[in-house]
Write a new protein. Sequence first.
Length: 285
Amino acid sequence: MSLTSNIFGQTDLADPSRLTAEEITASVVDVYRELATRVDLRPGPDVDGLFDRLVRLVVTAPADAVPAVLEDVEIKELAPRLRALCGRGESELELTWANRVVAGPSPRDELARFPYTANYRQLSRMEIGILASALPRRVRSLAFVGSGPLPLSSLHLAHDLDVHVDNLDRDPVALQAGARVAAALGYDALCFREADVLDADLSGYDVVVLAALVGDTAAEKRRIMAHLAASMRPGAILLARSARGLRTLLYPPIDRTALDGFEPLTEVHPVNDVINSVILARAGG
């Protein structure tokens, strides 16, 4: 999945597009400190407000302020911990809504109430369009690595591409939640398998999608990409979610040097409220 937020209707916060690098840095540090003091990151007014504030900062900050923010010593030090907090928050958000969808009298109606449904739909449409530009034929098999508790992206891919999707996740709680959601919504084109990406055989897939939260650090991302290059069959397509600019405070980026063994095809960096960049590459390059 992907952390997004429909925060642009808010009026109680200063407009980040008018903030200086020093003001943005101070605001990010303030949000980090608030989140770091919380044991519970399940969704609620306070937690939601902090993550909304953070997303607004990274999405709308002026471009000329970004380098100075990222080079700030305190930001460099806290960035890995902030990404970890964002990952925890996203997992809690998805798990809460997965349970709501499964328990609701109408799972589809409950899913429609998920506040970020439109954002995930926008991301999936972008990714499907990118895939269509690189694939000469219909996708026959797709693996989604790191599908999480609320596999909205997998649902969209299965429906729009008319393809069976194997969902892999090393977290059994997330995997079981995702399977319950798919069953409640009546999707039988998805299966769920507990697996660590570094142990997974991905040679049988036309497309492998790598979720943004798979791999916490640059070194971990390189290890994962090296395994994918060795495990995927030549000619198969990798769609990896990454991040650029201040969005790297939410998700770890994939450095282009990690693409050894792949032929880079496309790299897309959204400028709207979609957070993730998308890297498309062909195995065996």
